[in-house]
Design a protein around this ligand. Structure first.
Ligand SMILES: Cc1cc2nc3c(=O)[nH]c(=O)nc-3n(C[C@H](O)[C@H](O)[C@H](O)COP(=O)(O)OP(=O)(O)OC[C@H]3O[C@@H](n4cnc5c(N)ncnc54)[C@H](O)[C@@H]3O)c2cc1C
Ligand code: SF4
Length: 539
């Protein structure tokens, strides 16, 4: 059968809708702030905290607002997570590691290469060594950071998705939020609320992975990167187990096909509370590959079966990860009235699966540059200078080609990545080029056998998703999507939003958990009514 090239069916980014002149009609309230931060993840909240501290020390009044689309802090936060505490120590110099909202230090770790029935223990590669790091839940970290920000006088507005960038000439002036209470056809209902405009001297885009406004700004201002950004999808479950787990585990190999990049993580938050997940690069070649189904297979491996026997899955979720690393960073992450932080800028080191401390660190650097900008008019390019001179850029530079080497398959990629590790990233030099994930051609094989486990419907229930059924669709699909492409979308989406039918594509939009996988490979994601989507508690 013909190859599917997802880019051929993907609608363009709706830039005409995403970039709006400040003062355009249609807004309800208008609020003026000094600094507006979009996204209450570790990057956005660290930026708010550092700014509020700088203002306090200086005796300056700063009106700082953070917009978050989740109904409550942390409800849209999902990570592994093993956390490097480095940036937390810098943000809170008066606190000890024991004061941070981490669950437990990593004391033991193991890396395995899996086949369907066996495991081979591998020496832990330097990039995957986690001694000195802590197992944590990102939801808990975010709730804790939110409290710290509010104690410092930051206004955190939850349930308010930013849906458009407000601009004046080539400068960012703020954002317009998404309306609430629209009916299925997108018409306002009596209980609904119009969008609001929030304008600020500086807007920090900290929307996380595949940030919509960050994408729009880069495209609008034509900010290039050496390579396009590429992504992986992570599907995660939280289990209460009968058997205790005493170590952090990573696996490679089965159940992934050899031409897909990825692996699993199994982390004990408590001995009997285990976070496990599978992360797969979205440039895979089999259009029937389904990360959610692969995670269900993974749990059947003897290594996991023994651990999970008699246990219960208590939470489920999914999210993408920007994987392009150093060569996919936008050439600049600052512009007139705007900065890009954390995952929205692409600060993730894939070999170590780490992004949280880079997000926090970038938030702090942005805060310092913004504060100087407000005080004495110095340029926001100071933010880029600080990041470029820091360990954030150095770490990403050291592993610059490692993920990209796996475009040549698992074994060849593994050998090259090993040599890159030995030479501190110098072998073989130069830049491995990549295309967008949506440009990677795929063939649709037979549907993968489902081995039981959790269905997508049950999984969405376990994400706590309680989106209103009558909400208008926030997903923009192409016209006349062929059946096999619709089937491909149904496999890409871990939440069962898409269904291939005889007449094409059926979209069950309320199921969406905002993971952004199809935004990378197919229908575009846009923000919807605040508070929609998952309600993660300990992801
Ligand atoms: C499966 C998985 C495993 C991972 N494991 C690890 C790990 O073990 N260790 C590690 O260090 N890192 C890990 N990472 C990466 C890490 O989670 C991210 O790098 C980090 O969360 C980035 O922080 P952020 O603040 O930039 O973005 P996020 O944490 O994604 O926060 C962004 C926030 O912005 C909000 N938002 C988005 N759009 C809008 C909008 N338009 N309006 C209002 N709000 C909006 C979101 O709801 C969210 O709350 C993992 C990621 C995944 C997906
Ligand atoms: S529709 Fe929603 S849940 Fe499904 S892949 Fe796209 S963003 Fe993720």
């Amino acid at each position: 059968m013909a190859k599917i090239v997802p880019a051929q069916y993907q609608p363009p980014l709706p830039l005409d809708k995403l970039i709006l002149q400040d003062g355009a009609e249609g807004a309800g309230d208008r609020m003026e702030l000094d600094v507006l931060i979009v996204g209450a993840g570790p990057a956005g909240l660290a930026c708010a905290i550092e700014l509020a501290k700088l203002a306090k020390v200086d005796g300056t009044e700063l009106n700082i607002g953070v917009l978050e689309k989740a109904e409550a802090l942390g409800e849209h936060s999902l990570s592994g997570a093993v956390v490097n505490p480095r940036a937390f120590r810098e943000l809170f110099p008066d606190l000890k590691d024991a004061d941070f909202p981490f669950r437990a230090p990593v004391v033991k770790e193991a890396v395995y290469l899996l086949t369907a029935a066996r495991k081979l223990r591998l020496p832990t590669p330097p990039s995957m060594r986690n001694h000195g790091n802590y197992v944590a839940s990102l939801c808990e970290i975010v709730r804790w950071l939110g409290t710290k920000a509010e104690e410092l006088g930051v206004n955190v507005f939850t349930g308010f998705p930013a849906s458009q960038l407000l601009v004046r000439d080539s400068a960012v002036a703020g954002v317009r939020t998404a309306p609430a209470g629209l009916d299925h056809e997108g018409k306002p209902t009596p209980g609904g609320a119009a969008p609001n405009d929030l304008v600020a001297k500086v807007t920090a885009l900290a929307e996380g992975t595949r940030g919509l406004l960050a994408q729009a700004w880069c495209e609008w201002q034509r900010v290039p990167s050496d390579n396009p950004q590429i992504f992986a999808l992570g599907v995660k479950e939280l289990w209460e187990t009968k058997q205790p787990l005493d170590r952090v585990i990573h696996t490679l190999g089965w159940p992934l096909p050899r031409d897909a990049f990825g692996g699993s993580f199994v982390y004990p938050l408590e001995p009997n509370l285990v976070a496990l997940g599978l992360v797969v690069g979205l440039d895979y070649r089999d259009a029937a590959l389904d990360v959610h189904v692969l995670l269900q297979w993974f749990k059947q491996h003897p290594l996991l079966r023994a651990l999970l026997a008699g246990g219960e899955m208590i939470e489920w979720g999914a999210k993408t990860i920007p994987e392009g690393g150093f060569f996919s960073l936008p050439e600049r992450r600052s512009g007139a009235g705007v900065v890009l932080l954390g995952d929205a800028a692409g600060f993730v080191d894939v070999p170590s699966l780490k992004g949280i401390h880079y997000a926090v660190q970038s938030g702090m650097y942005a805060a310092r540059a913004i504060f100087q900008n407000l005080k004495n008019g110095s340029a926001l390019t100071e933010y880029d200078r600080l990041v470029n001179a820091s360990y954030v850029a150095r770490d990403l530079h050291r592993t610059r080609n490692m993920r990209l080497a796996f475009r040549d398959g698992f074994y060849l990629g593994g050998i090259q990545a090993g040599l890159m590790t030995l030479t501190g990233g110098r072998f073989p030099g130069g830049r491995y080029t990549m295309h967008r994930d949506a440009e990677a051609p795929r063939s649709l094989s037979a549907d993968p056998p489902v081995v039981g486990g959790v269905s997508k419907v049950d999984a969405v229930f376990k994400s706590g998703n309680s989106t209103r059924d009558t909400i208008p669709s926030h997903l923009i699909a192409g016209e006349n999507v062929p059946r096999e492409v619709a089937q491909f979308y149904s496999h890409v989406c871990p939440a069962g939003v898409y269904e291939g039918t005889d007449s094409g594509l059926r979209i069950n939009a309320p199921n969406c958990v905002d993971c952004k996988a199809t935004d990378v490979l197919g229908p575009r994601w846009t923000p919807r009514e605040g508070g929609s989507g998952p309600k993660y508690k300990r992801m």
